[in-house]
Write a protein that binds this ligand. Structure first.
Ligand code: SAM
Length: 195
């Protein structure tokens, strides 16, 4: 499907998606589409998860901030591909379920989870070389821009239309100059608390 980064493809092979979907949905866990995980939220389509992960261009030494842990599936891939992952989820029940899988069967000791509003980022752990956001704000939250390290990359769906948003790559140059590229039209749940 156009994903070429070998490390990303290997990580997708290593993470069983069925661990992250509710028992009633397990028969469909291999389908390339989003699935409901409760609380009005979804586990993202595997292609989109792989596409966003590839766009981060992880080499293994990065500290990554993820906003929207959800099921923890994307978090698991990040945990395999980066040095340290800081992931924030606003629904406590989803964060608890993700923690069970990430720390249990996935044995990912480099993942830290927090319940809260990810729009504020994780200031004590900043700056991050990579940021990934898995719910859509109308505009990129300023604290996330501030917490992106020079030379860093942020992948984020942006747009107020609930039907379609633009998946954007925001890059901060080492010279402080920023650039934004539209990658793909996508459909994500809204980032809660957006104004
Ligand atoms: N990548 C995840 C996966 O594969 O399971 C899917 C994430 S789901 C599309 C988006 C998640 O973002 C939901 O779990 C939702 O509760 C969470 N979310 C929404 N607004 C948030 C906010 N302000 N802060 C943190 N998490 C938020």
């Amino acid at each position: 499907m156009g994903i070429r980064d070998e490390r990303v493809l290997r990580a997708v092979e290593q993470v069983p998606r069925q661990l992250f979907v509710p028992p009633a949905m397990r028969g469909e866990s291999e389908a390339d589409r989003p699935l409901p995980i409760g609380y009005g939220q979804t586990i993202s389509q595997p292609f989109i998860v792989a596409f966003m992960t590839e766009a981060l261009r992880l080499e293994g030494a990065e500290r990554v901030l993820e906003v929207g842990t959800g099921s923890g599936y994307q978090t698991a891939l990040l945990g395999l591909l980066a040095r340290e992952v800081f992931s924030i989820e606003i629904v406590p029940e989803l964060a608890a379920r993700a923690a069970e899988v990430l720390l249990g069967p996935m044995h990912l000791g480099n993942v830290r989870l927090r319940v809260g509003d990810g729009r504020q980022g994780w200031p004590e752990a900043a700056p991050f070389e990579r940021i990934i956001v898995t719910a859509a704000p109308a505009t990129i939250p300023e604290p996330l821009v501030a917490q992106l390290a020079p030379g860093g990359r942020m992948v984020i769906p942006v747009g107020a239309d609930p039907e379609v948003q633009s998946l954007r790559l925001f890059q901060r140059g080492n010279d402080g100059v920023s650039a934004t590229v539209d990658l793909l039209p996508v459909r994500f749940v809204p980032l809660t608390g957006d104004s």
